[in-house]
Design a protein around this ligand. Structure first.
Ligand code: SF4
Length: 467
């Protein structure tokens, strides 16, 4: 998600490059909406990568003083055009909205809105937020947001744009990230402020990272600069998986560049489970940082055991088993000259279903590896995420109901060790009471999460999808 208020700037182009830096967060669809002060909202969105959806001609047609943008990945069955964002609604007010996260009370809110005859075009929970705001009687959008925010339950880092302003807000637990930045320019007009899911977007557009948007905070970007209002707060529950896997390693979260935290995870991983070995290799690119840290701590040499085709998108977030299998064959090529006859420590950042890891182990054995010792810089994933990361069901997770040794046997590895949860928090420099780690621990920070969003909760309603 990206948003900026910057009269005098080529806002669509800036949003394009902001989204380009955030492409890793979603590859199914991309969209940008722009608005002129007091004028119309325009939007272009389509399925595909940012560079596939937009060309020079389309970017030039998106003029305005402000812009918001979105890249999306979703759960099964939801890759339709209608669910691409930004969503544009024209009810009591016209607005465009982009949302990252997942509501856990979507069914109730949807029923309430349908009871008021509010029409829906998509099956996305994000349109529920858009509809609540677009139909709200408050004069100013920030007052509508302040009223609606406490009624939304779940994860929602959101940016909404009207003809007057860009408003960004984050759920009271701060589950998904959202950062505030400012573009350094000649200082003639109002300071061009921007918001993005991750700070790596600021680096690409020449903006300066200022701070995180606080949980429960509403930030309004207008001609008069930044206005902020803390609506409500709860126990912080920032997604610890962002630190481990999801966010880009050059993004800063809670003051730390993730690359550094991930290397530390590798160091701690080695101290938790050393092994007699000859060589450390990462699963590229997801295991790179942790492998470097592990190699440093162990004193073992490190090399590339695989060459990765950089033009294949990450397999984890492409929907469908069949695509995943094909994706892997396209993605990694092992180097027998490097791995043959070696006792390998193979480092990766997580295992969900295990299909990818199983094929990696097999490819290394086929290339002549003597031993394969898996070291994973995250605890075993055993529980689904209800806050916007598609983790599939418990039954599909390889660690569900299996010990580490049983998982190692399933994957064909000689040994397997997962980083402990304590190790993760030590590397991040944070504690459990400010984070969510439910996919590892099963401790969901929001009351009623599993009931509200359980397997059958949505079946009596329209299918609603993650954003
Ligand atoms: S359940 Fe896992 S992936 Fe989902 S928000 Fe919590 S830590 Fe993040």
């Amino acid at each position: 998600m990206f948003g900026l208020y910057a009269p005098g700037h080529d806002v669509a182009r800036v949003a394009y490059f902001g989204l380009f830096a955030l492409q890793h967060r979603g590859q199914e669809s991309a969209g940008i909406a722009t608005a002129q002060r007091g004028g119309n909202i325009m939007a272009i969105r389509d399925q595909g990568l940012v560079a596939q959806v937009f060309d020079e001609h389309k970017l030039r047609s998106l003029v305005g003083d402000m812009a918001i943008g979105h890249v999306r990945y979703s759960t099964t069955g939801s890759s339709e055009w209608e669910n691409a964002q930004p969503i544009v609604r024209d009810d009591r007010r016209t607005l465009a909205l982009a949302h990252n996260g997942n509501l856990i009370n979507a069914v109730e809110l949807h029923a309430e809105l349908r009871g008021r005859d509010v029409p829906f075009r998509s099956t996305s929970d994000s349109e529920i937020i858009a509809a609540l705001l677009a139909t709200h009687p408050a004069e100013r959008i920030e007052d509508a947001v302040a009223d609606v925010l406490p009624r939304l339950k779940g994860a929602f880092s959101t940016v909404v744009m009207t003809e007057e302003s860009v408003v960004a807000f984050r759920d009271p637990h701060g589950i998904r990230p959202l950062a505030l930045g400012v573009i350094d320019d000649d200082g003639a007009g109002p300071a061009p402020y921007c918001v993005a899911s991750e700070s790596c977007a600021f680096d690409l557009i020449g903006a300066r990272y200022l701070r995180e948007v606080q949980p429960g905070e509403v930030i309004t970007l207008t001609d008069r600069g930044v206005k902020t209002r803390l609506v409500t707060t709860e126990r912080p529950a920032f997604c610890v998986f962002e630190h481990i896997y999801f966010a880009r390693p050059d993004s800063r979260m809670a003051g730390t560049v993730l690359q550094v935290a991930r290397a530390k995870m590798g160091e701690i991983l080695w101290h938790e489970a050393p092994v007699e070995a000859d060589l450390v290799i990462p699963v590229p690119d997801s295991g790179n940082a942790a492998a470097r840290g592990l190699a440093r701590a162990s004193g073992l040499p490190q090399d590339d055991g695989f060459i990765k085709n950089r033009y294949v998108a990450r397999t984890f977030i492409q929907p469908g088993q069949e695509l995943r299998r094909h994706g892997l064959r396209l993605k990694f090529n092992p180097l027998p000259e490097v791995v043959s006859g070696k006792r390998l420590v193979v480092v990766d950042d997580s295992i969900v279903r295990g299909n990818t890891t199983r094929q990696i182990v097999q490819m290394l054995r086929d290339a002549g590896a003597a031993e394969v010792h898996l070291r994973i810089s995250a605890p075993p994933i055993k529980h689904p995420c209800h806050y916007g990361i598609d983790m599939s069901t418990r039954e599909e997770m390889i660690a569900h109901g299996r010990s580490a040794d049983e998982v190692a046997a399933e994957l064909g590895a000689d040994s397997l060790h997962y980083l402990s949860l304590e190790g993760v928090y030590e590397a991040v420099g944070a504690s459990r009471d400010t984070h969510c780690d439910a996919c590892f621990s099963g401790d969901y920070p929001l009351e009623g999460t599993e009931d509200a969003n359980g397997k059958y909760a949505l079946e009596s309603s329209l299918p609603l999808v993650h954003s």
